[in-house]
Structures are given as C-alpha cells and as structure tokens.
Design a protein around this ligand. Structure first.
Ligand SMILES: C[S@@+](CC[C@H](N)C(=O)[O-])C[C@H]1O[C@@H](n2cnc3c(N)ncnc32)[C@H](O)[C@@H]1O
Length: 354
C-alpha cells in the first residue's frame, strides 16, 4: 500500500506518466491537509454526529458545537477526500468512516487516529533529528492526558493485529502463564487468553502506562486472568522458569542493541523449558526501498521517536540465539502494516534437543 497521486481520468494518467504532475505539492500540502481534515473531523466528533444518518451542515455544526460556515468547509474537504458523501443538501458517512472512525464501532481506529495528534508533535522534530541524530524521548515528560491518548491509541491500533497474533502464535498446549513486557493496554494478552482458556497473563509496563491503561483492560472483563504489574522492564525482576510465553510487542524499537540483548536474556531466563519468546515489531527494511513507502516512512518515524528505531528479523533472532533460545522462521503479519513476529523456543532441557 502507498499514498500517492492517483490519476482519475486518462488526461491525468498521461500527465502523470509524462512527469507533469507536481507530486511534491501533493505529497506535502495535500497530504498535510488530508491528515488534518481527518484528525479534526475525529477530534470534533463530526463522524459520530453523522452516525445516525445524513444531516445538513447546520445540524452537524449544532451537534458538534462548531461554527457552521467553517464546518461546511471541513465537511466539503472530507467529502472530497472520500470520508463523507453529499446529496440533497445533506452529508453522510462513507463506508471507510463508518467502519474505522466511529468511536464505538467494533475494531474502531478512532483512538489510533487521535494518537496522531501526539505523533504530529514528535514528527515536528524530524529536521532536528536529522541534523543532530538525537531522537525524541517520547516517554519522558508526557502529561497525564498524553499518556491517556497514547494508551488509548495503542489499544485501538491493536484492533488490527491482535486476532492474527493470537492465531499465529503456537502456544504450547499445557501453557498456563504468560508475561507481556511493555504490554500497555494488554489487548494482545487478552486475545491470547481468550483463545487459550488455561492461560493467564501479567502485563508489565511503566507506572504511568498502567494508570492510563487500567480502564482499557478492565473493560475486557478478564478479571484476575489478565492483570497489570507496574515496573520498568529493564530493571524489574522477571523471575526464573516462571512463564510459558513471553511477549514483547512494539517495545524493542525503544532500546539499543545492548539493552535489547540484556532484556531478551532476562526474558529467556524467565521462560520455562519449552516456552516461547515472541517479539512483535515493525520490521526494519533490509535495503533502502525494501518495504516500499510504508516501510521506509515508519522506519524514519521510529528513528525520530525511539532510542534505536526498528530492527530486522535477523537482529532479533541473534538476540534470541545469544540468550540460548532457538529462533523460528520469521512471520510477517498480514494485518499489521510492516509488522512481523520473531518467535523463539527455549529448549526443553538446556543444551539438548527441544
Ligand atoms: C509502543 S507501546 C506498545 C504497547 C503494546 N505492547 C502494543 O504493542 O500495543 C510501548 C509500551 O512500552 C512501554 N514501555 C516503554 N519503556 C518501558 C520500560 N522501560 N519498561 C516497561 N514498559 C516500557 C510504554 O509505556 C508503552 O506502553
């Protein structure tokens, strides 16, 4: 998938092929306005105002407590962008908005979209980052409100891939305990525990994350089976031979190589023989251009906002091997753009066949 200039008639097709389309303007001004329109529509409740059916602009503005003339501009922008339809003086939701942008739709990405308000601030540092090589320390200095936005956004993002992760991780039949390091909202653990009724999970995350995501976990109704533990993954005691499954999802991009090696070693020690360590991440492209526009731009995003940026399957497998685990063939996720799972098994008896 990619964002780009899509010709809508033969003349535009010819202009694009001939190199006459000013794509840098589309990629900057138009991409910026598209992003801002969708974000503003979500933030102001425009999509939810239209959930019950078509409305004229005055009614949308009344429901959202916004200025009617300015609201009309936004509604027209969203109509042109394909998020709304317009007929007989009324606006209605296009299916893309109904599916992904209503707050309470099953699998909604509403909170993941709102998280882009925070990401927009981080991405502002792109120029500084490239000049200095110093990334944003995104966890430092977040306000309580921003922690909420971050955790709700991550939870909504997990709607995309949690079912696939739960399906594709081959959990040992007799597994009872799992540790979800940097697990935040805990939804990956929830999905795994729902699929494996004998499994219970501990979600280890920073105290601010646990405070913000406790209500998100509570609404899953898993009770004691999926519980938070506040702590720093880099220093907390993870135990020995205590878990059958350790999941580290979307965390290792925050740490450098040495820190990840040490974390993976402690995770391996925490596993029981026969247990699994699953690292879920957006995967670093092997060579420039590999992974296309999405792979390249998300690699830059993680570089700006994390200690180290993304890692390749081979690098993650090397940490696992060094920790005495047996890495398996990497898995690409179909539902997580650019993401994959690097899974390894702890040998049943140290030093012998598993
Ligand atoms: C990008 S989110 C991923 C959340 C979740 N695993 C997922 O995939 O949706 C990273 C999480 O790691 C947590 N985190 C970052 N540094 C940590 C640390 N040193 N110890 C524990 N958790 C940490 C953050 O608070 C955040 O909840």
């Amino acid at each position: 998938m990619k964002l780009g200039a899509i010709p809508q008639n033969p003349l535009e097709l010819a202009a694009l092929a001939g190199g006459f389309v000013p794509t840098p303007i589309l990629d900057t001004l138009i991409a910026l306005l598209l992003a801002r329109s969708v974000l503003t529509g979500a933030k102001l409740g425009i999509f939810d105002a239209l959930a019950g059916g078509p409305l004229p602009v005055a009614e949308v503005a009344a429901r959202c407590a916004t200025d009617p003339r300015a609201t009309e501009k936004l509604l027209n922008a969203l109509t042109g962008a394909g998020y709304l339809r317009f007929a007989e003086g009324r606006y209605r939701l296009a299916s893309v908005a109904r599916k992904w942008l209503l707050k309470d739709a099953p699998g909604s990405l509403y909170d993941a979209v709102l998280l882009q308000l925070l990401d927009a601030e981080f991405v502002e540092h792109c120029e500084d980052y490239v000049r200095t090589g110093v990334p944003v320390d995104m966890h430092a200095g977040l306000t309580t409100e921003q922690w909420d936005l971050y955790q709700r956004g991550m939870r909504a993002g997990a709607n995309l891939a949690a079912a696939e992760v739960a399906r594709r991780v081959f959990v040992p039949r007799n597994a009872t305990d799992m540790l979800d390091i940097g697990g935040a909202h805990g939804y990956y653990s929830v999905a795994l525990c729902r699929r494996h009724p004998q499994l219970r999970a501990t979600i280890l995350d920073l105290p601010e994350a646990v405070a913000a995501s406790a209500p998100l976990l509570a609404r899953e109704g898993m009770g004691e089976r999926v519980a938070h533990r506040a702590g720093d993954a880099l220093t907390a005691d993870l135990g020995r031979d205590a878990y059958d499954l350790v999941l580290i999802a979307n965390l290792v991009h925050h740490f450098d190589d040495a820190t990840n090696r040490a974390l993976v070693q402690r995770a391996a020690d925490a596993l029981r023989p026969g247990g699994l360590l699953v690292i879920g991440e957006v995967i670093r492209p092997r060579v420039p251009g590999d992974g296309g526009q999405l792979g390249a731009l998300t690699d830059l995003y993680f570089a700006i906002t994390s200690e180290s940026g993304t890692w390749s399957f081979a690098e993650m497998a090397a940490w696992q091997r060094a920790a005495g685990l047996r890495p398996r063939r990497p898995l690409r996720l179909l539902t997580g753009p650019g993401a994959g799972l690097q899974i390894a098994t702890k040998p049943k008896l140290e030093g012998t066949q598993s």
